[in-house]
Design a binder for this molecule. Structure first.
Ligand code: GLC
Length: 723
């Protein structure tokens, strides 16, 4: 699509010159329509050439009518962009993006976007507001569910994979729209829409790279965030949208505001009215106004008063038209028939994504997997055990909950009457403990208890932030109530964010964490419980022990006083009248260890992998652009498994402080029991680059390289990058 843009610009310019001012402004306007019909009012606006895009219309017949009116009855027959939040699937959904990140499998995530595009495009939708690329280190924020976690590289690669998946099939292209540009994931106190203060060095090293990767992958539209970046809302941020996006990055696509974000400049307090807000958004380079009614009502007045030049409007409209040409909207209309195999392909990919997204966090005495053929009765409890809708997660406007398969449905197939099911709680927030006695009785007569707990989907996603990220309702009490009976307890947690597990773990013999797994969550979890497949998910985000540790993430700074075992004193060890300096003056909390409950990259399998013999195969030589490093990996267990081998690097001495570790590559490696392999990585010199406050640099010196199973790995080697 991107390679067609140059030719498209020519055609766009020619068309632009024939448009009236009202039609030019029309291209900059996006209205929200009704899901299944074209209203007379909207039809009239389209017929007059005053609409460039709609969103939230999904019924194929309504979309076909919209495009027919636009093509056949408007002055220049310009087709509309039909936008929709196709974020992690369409009628069949995969795990929420945070769960898709846990797969560490770009190809699979790309396949998920491709099938979502195929399904959506068959309805006539041609634009999705995805991928969401906000790096986030604060699980209180509800939108962590929509992102790919805390790491820059993982977010960058997953975002690029989604862009390619959405756009690559010429038969069903879905224009992608990376969002929310930029730094939205740093909303203060994890409260949505809140301010963000991000120094430029942090912005460029952490929050901007995923958007660069998405644009390099071919994204041609982009959405700024609602949030205020260092005092200037992104929607009016000329530095961000003109200096960085257009001048530095030479972005040739168009920018659409978020929902009513132009009007919200008034609430931010940077515009006194919608006219001023319109002027600010135009000056920042917002091409299209999503549902603020700012552009359609205020641009012409600004032009008449000479407050803006028509050349600005022409430039913004040309960019929109060029993308429409590049997307193929002016080509002959293709039939949008429902293909049966699209749904089957969606189900296949959704199941693979769900399977690889689940993270095994605990498996005491290898209580998992369970041999369901030999097992006696199995108690299945919990408010999320049979919730086909809730397991879909956030942003599932078009999902077909009837196609979603719950854990209970999947286990029924395997256990029949041996499955003893009780939800016990009506939903994840239910405080009613009346069902606990019956639950205890079921557990007492069962060989295993499987408890599916967590968050309903409404508890994460946009505007759904939580200050207390423990299990809601009486779920903790339920777990404690059934754990004293002696039956092995397997806990499955479905949630849209990391939850505090400090008080859950003592009552779980095994724990599978499933970021809302989507339509095929049930069959995938059943497959893992039965051992048909071994868990291979790895955490894309750190799990704090308590909320007080937030923000907590692996690629933090070392500080001038790093905490070590010998420099810390736990709060309960402090003697009475302890002298001020006796607790060790290093960077830690007296009441919690400095480490997370579970680290980025962590995940168990049903086998045991051993890393040995980490070595530099080929070091950086003067003039060489890469080094090669290798490690031997052994599957020392009695089952096959998949290991996500992770490579981390630290720049030991640099002109500015650098993270103690940074993920620089990973590899999913399947190994049969008892077998061994060598895993090699080539580290390109440019991957060591960082922004030092002035420019992007690669500085010579010593680097420490780790290869291991997660971000807490200690197997490392030092290498030198010569000047
Ligand atoms: C929402 C979200 C954005 C979404 C848009 C359209 O408020 O912030 O992510 O794409 O509106 O639904």
């Amino acid at each position: 699509m991107k390679q067609r843009l140059a030719a498209a610009r020519e055609r766009a310019r020619a068309l632009l010159n024939s448009l009236s001012l009202a039609e030019k402004i029309g291209q900059m306007v996006q209205f929200s329509g009704e899901r299944d019909r074209l209203s007379a009012d909207l039809a009239a606006e389209i017929r007059a050439g005053r609409v460039g895009a709609v969103l939230n219309v999904v019924e194929p017949a309504a979309i076909e009518e919209i495009q027919r009116v636009a093509r056949d009855e408007s002055p220049h027959g310009i087709p509309l962009l039909i936008g929709r939040d196709v974020v992690h699937g369409f009628s069949i959904v995969g795990p929420i993006p945070l769960g898709q990140a846990a797969t560490f499998d770009e190809d699979l995530v790309r396949a998920g976007a491709r099938v979502a595009a195929a399904e959506a495009a068959e309805t006539g939708i041609n634009w999705t507001f995805a991928p969401m690329l906000d790096v986030c280190r604060d699980p209180r924020w509800g939108r962590i569910a929509e992102c790919f976690g805390e790491d820059v590289l993982l977010t960058s690669r997953m975002g690029a994979a989604m862009v390619r998946g959405f756009q690559e099939d010429p038969a069903t292209p879905l224009l992608s729209c990376p969002k929310h540009f930029a730094g939205y994931g740093a909303s203060e106190s994890g409260r949505d829409y809140n301010r963000t203060y991000i120094p430029e060095i942090e912005l460029r090293n952490v929050y901007l790279p995923p958007f660069m990767a998405a644009l390099e992958a071919g994204a041609l539209s982009l959405m700024p965030s609602f949030s205020d970046l260092n005092g200037v809302p992104a929607t009016a941020n000329r530095w961000l949208l003109r200096n960085v996006l257009r001048q530095e990055w030479n972005f040739q696509g168009f920018v659409v505001s978020d929902w009513a974000a132009i009007a919200q400049l008034i609430d931010h307090g940077v515009a006194g009215n919608l006219t001023e807000a319109t002027a600010l958004a135009l000056a920042a380079g917002i091409n299209m106004d999503m549902s603020s009614h700012a552009y359609c009502e205020h641009i012409s007045g600004l032009l008449e008063r000479g407050q803006i030049d028509v050349a600005v409007i022409d430039g913004l409209v040309e960019e929109i038209l060029a993308v429409k040409y590049a997307l193929g909207l002016f080509e002959p209309v293709r039939s949008t028939r429902k293909q049966h195999d699209t749904i089957n392909e969606s189900i296949r990919v959704a199941r693979a994504l769900a399977l690889q997204s689940v993270v095994l966090l605990k498996n005491e005495c290898n209580v998992l997997p369970i041999d369901f053929a030999e097992a006696g009765k199995v108690a299945l409890l919990g408010p999320l055990a049979d919730q086909p809708y809730e397991q879909l997660g956030t942003w599932v406007f078009d999902a077909d909950a009837d196609m979603s398969v719950s854990v209970r449905q999947a286990l029924c197939d395997r256990l029949g009457k041996r499955l003893l099911y009780a939800p016990v709680l009506a939903n994840s927030r239910d405080q009613n403990t009346d069902g606990f006695d019956a639950a205890r009785a079921l557990v007492a007569e069962s060989e295993f208890a499987i408890v599916v707990l967590g968050e309903e989907s409404i508890l994460s996603g946009e505007a759904h932030c939580r200050a207390d990220i423990t299990l809601p309702g009486a779920q903790q009490q339920l777990l404690e109530a059934i754990s004293r009976i002696g039956t092995p307890v397997v806990v499955i947690i479905m949630a849209g964010r990391p939850l505090l597990l400090q008080n859950v773990l003592p009552f779980a013999d095994a724990l599978l964490f499933s970021f809302h797994p989507g339509s095929m969550g049930g069959p995938a979890l059943a497959e893992l419980l039965a051992g048909d497949s071994s868990p291979s998910g790895r955490l894309p985000v750190s799990f704090p022990r308590v909320v007080g540790q937030i923000p907590i993430y692996y690629d933090q700074g070392n500080t001038g006083r790093p905490a070590t075992a010998s420099t810390m004193m736990a709060i309960d060890e402090i003697p009475p009248q302890a002298p001020q300096y006796s607790t060790g003056n290093t960077s830690y909390h007296l009441d919690q260890p400095p480490s997370p409950q579970f680290a980025f990259g962590f995940g168990l399998t049903y086998t045991r992998f051993v890393y040995e013999n980490l070595r530099i195969i080929r070091s950086f030589l003067p003039g060489s652009t890469s080094l090669e490093v290798a490690v031997d990996l052994l599957n020392a267990g009695d089952r096959s498994g998949i290991e996500v081998v992770q490579l981390y690097i630290r720049d030991l001495v640099a002109s500015v402080t650098r993270p103690v570790k940074q993920l620089k590559d990973w590899r999913r490696v399947a190994l049969a029991a008892g077998s061994r392999t060598t895993v090699r990585f080539v580290v390109e010199r440019e991957t060591l680059a960082f922004y030092n406050g002035v420019d992007w640099v690669v500085e010579p010196g010593e680097f420490e390289i780790w290869i291991g199973p997660d971000s807490q790995t200690t197997l490392s080697v030092i290498t030198e990058l010569p000047a």
